[in-house]
Design a protein around this ligand. Structure first.
Ligand code: FRU
Length: 589
């Protein structure tokens, strides 16, 4: 694809209005009527949107005098909906392909994770949402909270498209010192910093909104935008408090320039340009959704380096969109990269040398949580588990879009420099069912053991080591059926790890979905450790403690549930195999 084609595709995405515009939703002031949890059915969900819309009419339209009558009607509709919702509630979150470990909206479209912040015991997860349809459009911020990163409660839309301004990606911070002045009664406000995308003219700029009730309701700042350089593409601010300089720092993407710009502010309202980073690393695709944070170096209590995350709209190793990163230092003004390391995808030209967070096709717009307590000390992120190449066509209903599992980040120092390590957050362990353990043996023995223990693909976690004395090709086949399989393999001769989803099930919904993705095998002796999470329509593979990661969507047919190891008959061994089937994270789906 030429750059022009890529650009055109992107512009189609940015301007396409796939459905009739239903008009803005305003916070009704009757939020309690429309608040719901995931256990309430789709019917109630839809009626709550209707209620919001009708209440808006009541407040603004000619029907003002009939307000009370209409309100009574709304209550009737909601109560009727609640009663008849019982049966449907049992179905929601049990649909084919519905992820059980991963966050998904009850219905409709979702892309990037936004505004992730920890406040008052809650992890907030906002996300790019189209509240009206299952394709991209009318971007607004959906919202959910969790006390453990695993069980999520859905909350009403936090920020809605309004007056021709869509709510694009961004972040949220706890303004502890009330620098913004939005705080009330000595309690710090939550402040969201996001991109306003104008639908009637080519402009994007940065806006803020605040909440003084633990993120339950949001007010857009009357002085918006707070940062405007008059550009058509200028988006996805990520803001954090920079302790040494005592001010806010923003990393924001200038996509077409392949640059991340840094700004500083004393109060989140006035921003001063500090410096730019880029172009560097992978520059084929536009740059989006940056993040910048200090990160621990594995095994060194005191050493940290700064990591700059840059998501790229196309040109990632598995094709389409992906997530690259840079390691270096940040002095409060400027990010200096250590050096651009060897290309991780050997077939790519040196000019495209980049470090990739994930070698699967389905990990994008990944950014990290702000404001985790210091005593926790972790840096945790998630990504959107899809790819712009086919995101609008993925065969799921009534929702489209899922998040990856939350992952804890660290850096590992290797001969080639610092590399990102990702591991599933420990909170996921609570979903484990009983442990099945195999103490090691040849491939055939391991397969007989799997059979005896009726290990099936579905929500499942596997940890094992592949040990081999040969240069063979070995691994595991998941979602195996008569005609189907998704293969996770290690090809020692070629020095690569791979995921092959060519025969994974429904691969025809988009011509670019099928394929094999690979990554260079990390330096290791004869053992390769694989940690795999299998959900209803995905795999996440962590190789050697997350030195390489693959995130892959997969849509097997209902009967393809087998798990089977493969490899050379002689000299290959599966050792320390642990398997857990996983419970659903939706408490009473
Ligand atoms: C990344 C992205 C962001 C933008 C948002 C719009 O996937 O393109 O750059 O803010 O999606 O939904």
């Amino acid at each position: 694809m030429t750059k022009d084609e890529i650009r055109r595709n992107y512009e189609t995405r940015m301007t396409k209005q796939p459905i009739r515009h239903p008009g803005p939703i305003r916070h009704s002031g009757f939020g309690f009527l429309s608040s719901f949890s995931i256990r309430i059915s789709s019917f109630l969900w839809a009626s709550s949107l209707v209620i919001q819309r009708l209440v808006q009419i009541r407040l603004t339209g000619a029907l003002r005098e009939l307000g009370i009558t209409i309100l009574a009607l709304h209550l009737g509709v909601a109560l009727f909906g609640a009663a008849s919702s019982e049966a449907r509630a049992a179905e929601l979150y049990r649909e084919p392909y519905r992820p059980q470990l991963h966050f998904t909206p009850g219905r409709n479209w979702m892309n990037d994770p936004n505004g992730m912040v920890f406040y008052d015991g809650e992890y907030h997860l906002f996300y790019q949402s189209n509240p009206f349809a299952d394709k991209w459009g009318h971007m607004s911020w959906g919202h959910a909270v969790s006390s453990d990163l695993v069980h999520w409660e859905h909350l009403p839309l936090a920020l809605s498209e309004e007056d021709g301004v869509m709510i694009f990606s961004g972040c949220a911070v706890v303004d502890r010192n009330n620098t913004s002045g939005f705080g009330r009664n000595g309690r710090p406000p939550l402040v969201a910093i996001y991109t306003g995308h104008y639908t009637s003219r080519p402009l994007q700029n940065e806006h803020i909104a605040y909440s003084t009730d633990r993120g339950r309701t949001w007010t857009k700042y009357s002085g918006n935008p707070v940062l405007d350089i008059g550009e058509k593409d200028f988006r996805d601010p990520k803001v954090f408090w920079h302790e040494p300089t005592g001010r806010w720092v923003m990393a924001v993407a200038w996509p077409t320039q392949r640059k991340v710009r840094f700004y500083a502010s004393p109060n989140l309202k006035n921003w001063t340009h500090l410096s730019d980073f880029g172009p560097a690393g992978s520059t084929q695709g536009i740059w989006e959704c940056p993040d910048l944070f200090p990160l621990r170096v594995e095994g060194k209590m005191k050493q940290t380096k700064w990591v700059l995350i840059v998501n790229v709209g196309s040109g990632a190793p598995a094709g389409g969109s992906g997530c690259q990163y840079f390691v270096g230092d940040f002095d409060g003004k400027q990010f200096n990269v250590d050096h651009i390391l060897i290309a991780d995808a050997p077939s790519r030209p040196a000019s495209e040398a980049a470090l990739w967070a994930d070698f699967g096709p389905d990990f994008y717009a990944a950014v990290s949580w702000n404001d985790l307590p210091k005593r926790d000390g972790r840096r945790i992120w998630i990504g959107w588990m899809s790819n712009w190449t086919y995101a609008n066509d993925v065969p799921t209903a009534p929702w489209r879009g899922a998040m990856s599992i939350p992952r804890e980040l660290a850096l590992r120092e290797t001969a080639g420099g610092f590399g990102l390590l990702q591991k599933p957050v420990r909170e996921l362990k609570q979903l484990r069912g009983p442990l099945h353990q195999f103490n090691g043996g040849a491939i055939e023995e391991a397969n007989a053991w799997l059979e005896r223990n009726t290990i099936r693909s579905g929500p499942l976690e596997l940890i094992f080591e592949l040990e081999s004395v040969s240069d063979g090709n070995e691994g595991v086949k998941l979602f195996k059926g008569a005609q189907e399989e998704t293969v996770v393999g290690v090809d020692r001769k070629q020095g690569r790890v791979y995921v092959d989803r060519r025969r994974s099930g429904n691969v025809t919904f988009h011509p670019k979905f099928s394929g094999v993705q690979d990554a260079p095998l990390p330096a290791c002796d004869r053992r390769v450790k694989l940690h795999i999470f299998v959900d209803a329509c995905s795999l996440e593979v962590f190789v050697n403690d997350g030195e390489r990661v693959f995130t892959d969507l997969t849509f097997p047919s209902e009967h393809s549930r087998g798990v089977e190891f493969f490899g050379p008959k002689e000299g290959a061994k599966i050792s320390s195999l642990k398997v857990w089937s996983l419970n659903s994270s939706w408490k009473n789906p």
